[in-house]
Write a protein that binds this ligand. Structure first.
Ligand SMILES: C=C(O[C@H]1C=CC=C(C(=O)O)[C@@H]1O)C(=O)O
Length: 495
């Protein structure tokens, strides 16, 4: 199948990557020069960031090309339905934090990093929301759960300022170059180095054309439960019992499967391609750490902040898709009227509403949940927006919102304690915030659901279900299997 991303009217040819315009090249040198002068004054490196327009192009081509540059690890983020994407390589700065205040600490380091930065841009149109220095990364689900071998490479908090960032929206595309310029830096050799990297990138992009489509028959994957189905269902029953005893109202229990491809290593690019074709309304992402990739296609937005407005959602309550239109409509109606699912959903709405009250002057909540229909599953969804109070950023919103009861529980603390005790799982970055924040404070984070950690020919995939007083262990197990299908199909290509 062909790639669906990009406006068909836009050219698909490789872009001139080094600023084509001589004025823009001069402007870049000027930015580096200014950064060097400031570095001399304050006796420490200064961040220089320059954004210039490039030809729109499939972001996956950039992801593929970035891998060949040997400039460091890569990441990928795309919202196919909005034709927005971010693809980065290398780390000009790495913000790594640990423990319960990992989000707060990251926000403070980001503030310091930007304080002295010199920013510039070319004259042609660039995607305005994502221009300038921008961090991409994520956080762990629960800093109080000990990290196992599996998630060693993923710290509690990790935000990366890439060396090169390709970003695009529905109208244009750009490349941002981020550099730390040292005192007395040699600007001529810095410029020559950037030019050489961009020249190599241009050649690599040309080689990625045309996009190859994987036509191999789907491999039959070996799938093994980390905790047996029976044991997991026993944990669900134990959670229901505690809920009935009044310990908490809801807790989300997750499970994991280990998947092996007996034939070859998993192909991250093909996986992303399949995920974005099957889940165009999802956030499709991948972040590399050494040989591992955390990959997913999540339908859940945690928070989007743009110009003082904050947007989030409650997403909880699930049903399968029907095999016929009629069956699908009926399953949707049942979901909309199911007391169990409405209860599970309502807890999420009210918790988010309360969390936003401290950050926003006004909060709006959709009147009633509507159906979000995905390829093989449908959910109850309620949009929530607010006017953020001055001086707040989306990183603070993340701190307050995560984990919502769509992935944690309610009340939060007793539910998290039960999860730690019963689940017997290191969730790592699964069900945790992943996304980006720009230098103006705008940004977007999703909840990393429908995801897995890929390492060579092995992958560990995760899925969870909201447990309430009337949850049935077998139905919850079946629901978790539907959720796992997203990554299983993404990995195998099987329909
Ligand atoms: C925890 C997951 O889904 C959440 C989001 C939507 C619906 C959910 C549910 O109905 O249980 C979960 O709260 C997951 O996909 O692993």
């Amino acid at each position: 199948m062909d790639i669906t991303f990009t406006n068909a009217a836009l050219p698909q040819s490789p872009a001139p990557i080094w600023p084509a315009d001589a004025w823009e090249q001069l402007r870049l040198q000027q930015i580096l020069q200014q950064a060097s002068e400031r570095a001399n004054t304050i006796h420490q490196p200064v961040l220089a960031s320059f954004t210039h327009a490039v030809c729109p192009c499939d972001p996956l081509q950039y992801f593929q090309a970035f891998h060949t540059l040997h400039l460091g690890e890569c990441f990928y983020w795309e919202r196919p339905s909005e034709q927005r994407a971010l693809v980065g390589v290398g780390a000009t700065a790495t913000i790594q934090t640990t423990g319960q205040s990992c989000v707060q600490e990251a926000a403070e380091i980001w503030r310091q990093l930007q304080a002295q930065a010199i920013l510039g841009q070319g004259s042609a149109a660039i995607p305005d929301r994502t221009s300038g220095p921008l961090l991409f990364g994520g956080f762990t689900f629960d800093p109080l759960t000990p990290t196992t071998e599996l998630w060693q490479a993923f710290p509690d908090g990790l935000l990366l300022l890439p060396y090169l960032l390709f970003h695009c929206d529905e109208t244009c595309a750009a490349l941002t170059i981020n550099l730390q310029v040292a005192p007395d830096a040699d600007i001529a050799s810095l410029t020559a180095e950037i030019s050489a990297h961009l020249h190599t990138l241009e050649q690599a992009l040309a080689r990625t054309l045309p996009q190859e489509t994987d036509r191999l028959p789907a491999p039959s994957l070996q799938i093994e439960d980390l905790l047996s189905a029976d044991l997991w269902m026993e944990q669900v029953a134990a959670t229901v019992k505690r809920i009935k005893q009044g310990a908490f109202a809801k807790a989300v229990l997750a499970r994991a499967v280990r998947v092996t491809n007996p034939r070859q290593d998993f192909d991250v690019i093909q996986t992303l391609k399949r995920l974005r074709e099957s889940y165009p309304v999802a956030y499709v992402f991948a972040i590399q750490r050494q040989e591992q990739y955390f990959v997913g296609a999540t339908p859940e937005r945690l928070v989007c902040g743009a110009d003082g407005q904050i947007q989030t959602m409650a997403l909880a309550g699930s049903a399968p898709r029907g095999k016929t239109e009629e069956e699908d409509r009926q399953l949707g109606e049942e979901l909309l009227h199911s007391q169990k699912n409405q209860g599970e959903h309502h807890v999420v709405v009210s918790t988010i509403q309360n969390a936003l009250a401290a950050l926003c002057s006004r909060v709006w909540v959709g009147d009633a949940p509507h159906l979000l229909k995905l390829k093989n599953i449908q959910h109850l969804q309620t949009p929530i927006t607010g006017d953020m109070l001055p001086g707040h950023s989306i990183l603070e919103a993340i701190e307050d919102l995560h984990p919502t009861p769509a992935v944690g529980g309610s009340p939060r603390q007793p539910a998290l304690e039960a999860i730690r005790e019963l689940e017997q799982l290191d969730r790592g970055w699964y069900a945790a915030p992943i996304g980006w924040i720009g230098h103006t404070g705008n940004g977007e984070f999703a909840v990393a659901l429908r995801s897995g950690l890929l390492h060579g020919h092995q992958a560990t995939l995760f899925a969870g279900c909201g447990i309430v007083a009337d949850s049935d262990p077998e139905s919850e197990y079946a629901e978790s299997c539907l959720k796992l299908q997203v990554m299983l199909r993404g990995l195998s290509g099987e329909e």
